[in-house]
Design a protein around this ligand. Structure first.
Ligand SMILES: [Zn+2]
Ligand SMILES: [Zn+2]
Length: 350
């Protein structure tokens, strides 16, 4: 039984309202309702220009979001057919959900990082370099390597796989028509935006930076008050290192960023401060793992270490996966050793 007192809601957990706010020149923030991995809304930014609008991260593939998307555009006074681009920051369903449906109605381009992919979509961008290919070609494993309960795909509960998996195509994942690579530029809201590849939360995570007005679209890479999930099950051997590098990449923009627009929670101003806070959070977790191992003075499983990093209510495969990312990071640095104890991985300080 948990004895934890209920905590006040974080910005990212607050329910969507129909408020529309201008957060930067030509950029409106709208909120779509989601009830997904503890989040209360996803921000669908609307970028206006002479061609119509681009929308960023149009919610989950469900009716509630679709109704909200139509309502928000109506309130702004933009007919659906004027949506010329749908920007999807990464391949999570609370970000790509409405993309295919908007494209059906408007013929809009779907813009994503070139590594964007669905789990089953054979579509593949051409000319990937070996590093990109390694990130692109990883597929989810059937069983978790650390020997605990397997990952549950969070949206499986809500959307049985036979509904979202083609050929039914009721809620297909979009195939991007414009795939961006690092430093590519693209025009939205009457100015140039530059693609920044920020793998860590997912391999295909994309941020967009507009140096003219100092606007950074951060997706889930940098959120204002919560830290995005860093999965241990990644195409990279050390997803945490990849995430740290991606935090530095946007953090070093520093004062060039006047406003950062996250996918969940409120816009914020100091990007470097926030990326440093997120790095510190993971540094603290690494230290807690060292301290725990030193106190236990014996090898322990990923599931056991997870109980020292996450609250009782957060325990489960996602907590295990993130703990595994941290333990593997320490193992690859030579600080921890790992052994296989009858199918269960156990870690201990070297
Ligand atoms: Zn995400
Ligand atoms: Zn998200």
């Amino acid at each position: 039984m948990s004895t934890e007192a209920p905590r006040p809601l974080k910005q990212e957990q607050i329910e969507a309202t129909d408020e529309i706010t201008e957060v930067a020149p030509g950029i409106l923030r709208t909120m779509l309702p989601i009830d997904f991995t503890g989040l209360g809304h996803v921000n669908m930014y609307v970028l206006e220009d002479e061609r119509g609008v681009a929308v960023v991260d149009p919610g989950l593939p469900n009716k509630e979001c679709w109704v909200a998307i139509k309502q928000r555009l109506k309130n702004i006074g933009v007919p659906m057919r004027r949506v010329h681009s749908i920007i999807v920051t990464h391949s999570h369903p609370d970000h790509f959900g409405g993309a295919e449906r908007i494209r059906d109605k408007s013929g809009a381009d779907v813009v994503a990082h070139r590594l964007f992919r669905s789990w089953w979509n054979p579509d593949e961008p051409g000319d990937l370099d070996p590093e990109e290919m390694a990130l692109y070609s990883a597929r989810p494993r059937e069983h978790v390597p650390w020997g605990g309960p397997d990952m549950e795909v969070p949206w499986k509960r809500r959307f049985p796989m036979n509904i979202i998996r083609p050929p039914h195509r009721m809620v297909p994942m979009p195939t991007p028509s414009i795939r961006l690579r690092e430093h590519d530029s693209i025009k939205f809201a009457r100015r140039e935006w530059f693609a920044i590849h920020t793998p860590g939360h997912t391999e295909d995570h994309l941020c967009l930076f507009d140096p003219e007005e100092g606007v950074l679209i951060t997706g889930d890479h940098v959120l204002p008050t919560i830290t995005p999930h860093v999965p241990g099950l990644s195409a990279s051997d050390d997803p945490l290192s990849m995430f740290y590098a991606s935090l530095d990449k946007v953090g070093q923009l520093g004062q060039q960023v006047k406003v950062a627009l996250p996918a969940h929670g409120n816009p914020f101003h100091d990007i470097s401060k926030r990326t440093e806070e997120i790095k510190e959070h993971h540094d603290e977790r690494l230290q807690r793992l060292r301290d725990t191992s030193s106190t236990l003075n014996r090898p322990a499983s990923v599931m056991e270490f997870a109980t020292y990093l996450f609250s009782p209510r957060a325990q489960g495969p996602m907590a295990h996966s993130e703990t595994y990312a941290h333990l593997e990071h320490l193992r690859l640095r030579g600080e921890f050793e790992c052994r296989d104890n009858g199918g269960i991985l156990e870690y201990v300080l070297s």
